[in-house]
Design a binder for this molecule. Sequence first.
Ligand code: ADP
Ligand code: MG
Ligand code: ZN
Length: 641
Amino acid sequence: MDKKWKVLALWVLPITIVVLITWQILGSSTNTQVSQSANTTNQSRNAPVAKISYGRFLDYVKAGRVTSVDIYDGGRNAIVESVDPEIDNRVQRLRVDLPGLAPELVSSLKEEGISFDIHPPKTAPAGLGILGNLLFPLILIGGLILLSRRSNSMPGGPGQAMQFGKTKARFAMEAETGVKFDDVAGVNEAKQDLEEVVTFLKQPERFTSVGAQIPRGVLLVGPPGTGKTLLAKAIAGEAGVPFFSLSGSEFVEMFVGVGASRVRDLFKRAKENSPCLIFIDEIDAVGRQRGAGIGGGNDEREQTLNQLLTEMDGFEGNSGIIIIAATNRPDVLDSALMRPGRFDRQVTVDAPDITGRLSILKVHSRNKKLEKDLTLESIARRTPGFTGADLANLLNEAAILTARRRKDQIGLSEIDDAVDRIIAGMEGQPLVDGRSKRLIAYHEVGHALIGSLVKDHDPVQKVTVIPRGQAKGLTWFSPDDDQTLISRAQLKARIMGALGGRAAEDIIFGREEVTTAAGGDVQQVASMARQMVTRFGMSSLGPVSLEGDSQEVFVGRSLMNTSDISDEISKQIDEQVRKIVKKCYEETLEIVENNRSAMDKLVEILIEKETMDGEEFCKILSEYTTIPEKDRFIPVLQDPK
Ligand code: ADP
Ligand code: MG
Ligand code: ZN
C-alpha cells in the first residue's frame, strides 16, 4: 500500500510541474499578446495606444463615440475603439483601466449597442483545458503527498511550496532610466534634498570614510501626480544606476506568501546589481499600521511588510542600495517603517505654486508649438492647484484640440477648453430651450450671484449652461493662488455660494419645484459645514478637534476613532452643523430675493448666449447693485532659474 502511493507520487509530481509550467507560459504569453497586438496595430498608424481614464471612457460611451470594446484580464483593462466626430470619424484605439467587470458597464454597453468581447485571462486550447480539469485533483493529491513526504524526511519542513512566488518576479528593472533632474521642475526643495542621495549612490566612500552611515530609505510624500515617480527615476538617472520598481499593490497578491517572496527576490536581484535604486510606489498598500484591520485578511500584507523590514535591516551599512518609497498617506504607515535605518528621511513633494507651474510648463512645452501671444505665464496663472501630471495632461489635451481644429499652433482657446475639460469632463450637447434650461440657468446664475456679492467668495470666472461631465451647467470661480489658509469667513462664503443654486430655484420656482440639480451642492455644503465644526473648531463648541482625518481608508482605525465620541457630542455636532447651514441659507435667500430683477436679466442673456464670462456678468450685475471689491492675492512671478 505504501509503495503504491510512492509510485503515484513519483509520477504525479513531474506531471504537476510540467502542467504548472505550461500554464505559466500560456498565461504570460497571452498577457503579452494583449499589449503586443495593441502595439502592432498601432505601429502601422504610427501612434502608441493612448490611455484614457475610466471617466472619460464612460463619457465616450454616452456620447456614442465608442464602436467596440475588448475587455482583458478579467475586466481590469480594455482596448476601446472610438470614432472622433470632429476629425472625419477617424477611428482611435484607446486603452482604459477598468475597475473590474461591473454589470452596469456591461448593461450600458448593451444598451448603447456597442459590440464588446470579454477575453478570458488565460486561453489554453480546449483540449488542454479538459486535461487541466482532470489533472487538478491529481495535482492537489500530489502536492499533499509531496508536502507530507518532505516534512517527514527533511528538517526544512513544507517551505518548498512557497516557490510559487519566485517564478513571477514581476518587478521592473531599468538599467538606465534616462530621466535627469532637469526633467523634473517646480519641486526645487525636494530636488535639493535628493541631490544628496545621488551622491550617496555615486560616491559612497565620501561618507563612509568619515564614519557616516548612509541612509537606506527615503520616503517621498505627496499627492498623486506631483512627480514622485519621476523624481525617483531622475535620481537613478543622475547617478547612472539601475532602477528597480515595484508597486505596493502588486505585493499584495492572492497567494499567501507571494508578497513576501517577491520582496526577497527583489532584494536579491538588487544586491546582485548594486549600486542601485529600489523604488516602491504606493507603499501604504503594504506598509499600513499592522494589526489595524478587522478579521484575518491582513496576514498577507503583514508578512510582506515584515519581510520588507527584515530585508532593510539585513543589508550592511553601505551595500549601495537605496530604497525610495512613495505615498500620499504617510499617516497610515506603520511606525516601524519610520525607525532610523529604514525610511528615516522624508521628502515632501507638494503641488507646485505658480512659479513651479511655470517651470513645469517650460519642460512640457519643449516640443509643442504655441501661438505667439499665448505665454506660459498666462497658463500658469489660470491653473492654481494643478499638479505636474495635470499640467502635462493639459498641454497634451490642448495639442489634441489644436490638431482637431486643424490649426498648427496651440492658442488660448485650446488651453481654456483643455482646462475646462480636465476639471469638469467632456462638453455635452447644449439643452434645447425649455423649462429645464431655464431652471438650470437660474441655478447657475444663483451660484454666480452669491459668488459676486459675498465679499469673501472667489470671483466668478465663467457661467455656462452647456453640460460638461456629470453637470448640467457650471459656474467657474477663479480661486486665489494662495490657498494655504482659509478663513472662517471664506468657508462661510463658499457654503453660501454652493447654496446659491438651490436658493435661486427655491425663490423663483417655489419650494415644491426645487430639483435634484443641487444634489452635489448640498453634499459639499454638508461636508464643509461639518469640517468647520469637527476639524477646525469654528463653531460654538469651541476650538476642539472632534474627529481625525475622517476619510480614513482602512476600517480598523476609523472605527476606533469614532467610538471616542460620545452620543451626546455627536448630537451637538449635528446641531452645530445644522445651525451653520441654516444661517448661511437664510443669508443666501435674502441676497437672491433682493436681486431678482438682476437675475431675470442675467438668465435671459445666459440662455441666449449659453456661456458668459465673469467680467460680463459683473458688468450687468453692477447696473442693479454694487459689487463689493474683493481682496485678491496676485502672486509675483519670479522667473524660474
Ligand atoms: P506621482 O508618482 O507623484 O504620482 P508621476 O511622477 O508619476 O507622479 O508624474 C506623472 C507625470 O506627470 C510625469 O511622467 C511627468 O510627465 C508629469 N510630471 C509630474 N510632476 C512633474 C514635475 N514636477 N515636473 C515635470 N513633469 C512632471
Ligand atoms: Mg507615481
Ligand atoms: Zn449647483
